[in-house]
Design a protein around this ligand. Structure first.
Ligand code: KG4
Ligand code: ZN
Length: 356
């Protein structure tokens, strides 16, 4: 099985080729054209600009991904295409979907419509290291039931996964996604876009105890597995205003603000994931989404789960597969194709707000 994965739901134009034979797989290529430097100028993603840039780069990205296919598989085409159809920016998603549609007609191959969140979740089945072409690996045999924490720029959710394709959302953010909070706090601190990497870099040398930021809903008995990050972001804003009013805000204070903010966000993510893992007696815990690239979240999740839920095996995707990529879309597509879950062209549609 050779799968071409296509992803364009936000500001990364990505394509990957994945080959699977039984439990053995080969990630032939994983190509991504990032628009980060373009959106950094405006401090965030402008949808129309993102879509135009997808149009400009998608063919080159697909060509590059597909040209790495090994000559031994010379059928001249993949067996099928897996493409993100949502959730995401409708204008951005449309570019990938239009391309997939054209290639599907040209090559006469079926399409699997993939949910972007499901893609993040399937990054756990990708190899333990990322960024290497022609990488051979065994597809992990992850045990169910599994609890999935999705922590990205648009979503923060806890999902109970009973089997492939069987999902139940058990918690979600009531306002901002955690990645959005990282991005907004970075903006408040003048650290540029995207905020997550900048905050985690500054946090490394900061004192996480210096500022006591709120851990919303941490002990709320009715919203046990829900999240809220907008109050945390506002607290940082008020704190910075106060520091400015007292004329003690300076560059030197930024690492402490970053570390304290990051600690508050990670505390909530880890505590709720650990509690849900215990309550639902899951065998595995999976993480997915751009915020999972955060070093503190990765290490805290490891130590806290080992202590609180030692029966669970924790799976954390390789760094390269945390942020948006097409390899994860190809992997999700593979599991759908196993069940003949293809989408006829007349039903292929962009679903900007698609809930898993
Ligand atoms: O999954 P993703 O690439 O796109 C969405 O589907 O939203 O996630 C992007 C988010 C951004 O908010 C970015 O700031 C955040 O992931 N992010 C991080 C880190 N790297 C990326 N957040 C915290 N720490 C990081 N190291
Ligand atoms: Zn994403």
């Amino acid at each position: 099985m050779i799968i071409l994965g296509i992803e364009s739901s936000c500001d990364e134009t990505a394509a990957a080729v994945l080959e699977v034979r039984g439990a053995r797989a080969l990630l032939v290529s994983n190509v991504c054209a990032s628009q980060v430097s373009i959106h950094a100028k405006t401090g965030g993603v402008v949808p129309e600009v993102a879509a135009r840039n997808h149009v400009g780069s998608i063919l080159a990205v697909i060509t590059k991904a597909y040209s790495k296919r090994k000559p031994a598989h010379s059928a001249g085409r993949p067996d099928y295409i897996a493409v993100t159809v949502g959730p995401g920016l409708v204008t951005s998603v449309s570019v990938g979907v239009a391309c997939a549609r054209a290639l599907s007609v040209l090559w006469n191959i079926p399409i699997v419509a993939v949910n972007h969140i499901e893609g993040h979740l399937y990054s756990n089945w990708l190899p333990p290291v990322g960024g290497i072409s022609n990488f051979k690996f065994q597809i992990s045999n992850i045990e169910f039931p599994a609890l999935v924490l999705i922590a990205s720029g648009g979503h923060t959710e806890l999902i109970l996964m009973r089997d492939h394709g069987k999902y139940k959302k058990v918690g979600q953010t009531l306002d901002d996604a955690v990645g959005e909070a990282f991005d907004k706090v970075a903006k408040i601190l003048g650290l540029g876009y995207p905020g997550g990497p900048a905050i985690s870099r500054h946090a490394e040398s900061g004192d996480s105890q210096r500022f006591d930021f709120p851990r919303a809903l941490l002990n709320d008995s009715t919203r046990i597995f829900d999240f809220s990050f907008s109050g945390l972001k506002t607290s940082v804003l008020y704190c910075v205003r106060e520091l400015n009013a007292q004329e003690i805000f300076s560059k030197e204070i930024i690492p402490d603000l970053c570390a304290s903010f990051q600690r508050a966000a990670v505390d909530v993510l880890v505590a709720k994931t650990s509690r849900a893992a215990q309550l639902y007696r899951v065998k595995s815990v999976l993480l997915g989404g751009g915020v999972v690239a955060n070093a503190e979240l990765r290490s805290r999740m490891q130590t806290d789960l080992e202590r609180e839920a030692p029966q669970c095996v924790l799976h954390i995707p390789a760094l390269a597969f945390c942020t948006d990529n097409a390899a994860m879309i190809a992997m999700a597509g593979y599991f759908h194709a196993q069940k003949n879950d293809f989408t006829p062209l007349q039903k292929l549609d962009v679903k900007g707000g698609w809930e898993l």
